[in-house]
Design a protein around this ligand. Structure first.
Ligand code: KG4
Ligand code: ZN
Length: 389
């Protein structure tokens, strides 16, 4: 089954062609990062206008790259939530219109579920080997093995989920305040680093860690200058990152509040000023703060995920969402899980952040179960994973 997937939930416009939920024929992403970088975050109105400009060329390019015509495609799928309403509307409307015009089945996809299914996509553009394509729709050699624990960590979500089978999700824990990606983005702003914050913090941290190593200096001693809190919230699998964010704010000392700003506006203007001050103290200081922050957030994510994997006796842990691209998190979790013989897997970096291949993948597993949506499906900006009670 060949599915055309469309993604437009935030500031990335994507189209992809994926066979049987696993094998990639093409995957095209148009990013707006450079536009939003100017504002230090996504501006929703700008994002939806950019979606509109990019969507048709992106779909055309995906079809060209896959050398496929409409008669090769079996179904159309598009994200319907969660995300920014205006952005979602663009991809969903185009997807429904194409399905109507070409008389193809249509499926609306949950963006969070799609992040999980990025783990079913085969690496890069290597063609599928025969033994891989054998087997039924639900399991092929190389697929993740149920039951599994999935850590879903994106710009707006941080959830620890037990996945018993296709479509069977149990919520073990979630963030009580900021999402992991949101914490990376806000702290990057405090430190005067670029948007999106995750890659910027990772790069700054990596640089200072390599430098210290070359100078034979202890990273732990250097980081000890900054004592950052970890919210363990023991006996729950919940997370909280706002205390860590506030501690970073205090570390980038010298805050004077702007009396004209209120609420979130005041916080943001504080972040921007902090950014300028932290940068004035020199890049090494910023990098060491970035490294300490990354270590604190990775510590909590890795330990809680390992504890859940042990309690539920799973053989596999998978990572999903933009923060799953973080090299330090991957390495640390590997360390936690290896002695327990629990396998860790994560998508290649391009499939961790928003893309349409994961949309086509998730759609396949619903379409194969006979599900599809009517053309009256509307966007659902606040959609969550379909948890069982
Ligand atoms: O999944 P995603 O692309 O979009 C949402 O659905 O939210 O996630 C975006 C988030 C951003 O907060 C970004 O800073 C974070 O993922 N991110 C990272 C890394 N790459 C992207 N966080 C930490 N380390 C990274 N390497
Ligand atoms: Zn996403």
């Amino acid at each position: 089954m060949l599915v055309l997937g469309i993604e437009s939930s935030c500031d990335e416009t994507g189209a992809a062609l994926v066979r049987d939920g696993r094998y990639l024929l093409s995957n095209v992403v148009a990013s707006q990062i450079e536009i939003h970088n100017r504002y230090g975050g996504v501006v929703p109105e700008v994002a939806s206008r950019q979606q509109l400009a990019a969507i048709i060329p992106v779909i055309e390019t995906a079809m060209e790259q896959a050398s496929c015509s409409w008669s090769d495609i079996d179904a159309v799928a598009a994200t319907y939530g969660p995300g920014l309403a205006g952005s979602l509307l663009v991809g969903l409307t185009v997807g429904k219109t194409l399905s109507l015009a070409r008389s193809l089945p249509f499926l609306g996809v949950n963006h969070l579920e799609a992040h999980i299914y990025a783990n079913w996509l085969r690496n890069g553009d290597a063609p599928a080997v025969q033994s891989e394509t054998d087997g039924d729709w639900s399991y092929r050699k190389g697929d993740p093995i149920f039951p599994l624990i999935c850590l879903v960590i994106s710009g707006a979500h941080s959830e620890l989920v037990l996945v018993r089978n296709h479509g069977e999700y149990e919520l073990l824990g979630r963030t009580r305040d900021d999402a992991a990606g949101e914490a990376f983005d806000k702290v990057a702003r405090i430190l005067g680093l670029a948007y999106p914050g995750g890659p910027a913090i990772q790069n700054a941290a990596q640089k200072i860690e390599e430098e210290l190593q070359q100078q034979n200096k202890s990273l732990n001693v250097a980081r000890a200058a900054y004592r950052l809190p970890r919210a363990w919230l023991r006996s729950t699998y919940d997370f909280s990152f706002s205390g860590l964010k506030t501690a970073m704010l205090h570390l980038a000392e010298g805050a004077t509040e702007d009396p004209r700003a209120t609420g979130e506006g005041r916080q943001i203007s504080q972040y921007t000023r902090m950014g300028a001050q932290a940068t004035q103290k020199g890049p090494a200081n910023v990098a060491l703060l970035a490294s300490s922050f990354q270590e604190a957030i990775v510590d909590v994510l890795a330990v809680k995920t390992r504890l859940a994997a042990q309690e539920y006796h799973v053989k596999q842990v998978v990572l999903a969402g933009g923060v799953a691209a973080n090299a330090s998190l991957r390495a640390r979790l590997e360390q936690e899980l290896l002695p327990l013989r629990i396998r860790l897997s994560y998508p290649p970096i391009d499939f961790c952040t928003d893309n349409a291949a994961m949309i086509a993948s998730a759609a396949f597993f619903h379409l194969y179960r006979g599900e599809q949506h009517g053309l009256d499906l509307d966007v659902s900006p606040g959609l969550s994973l379909p948890f069982k009670k």
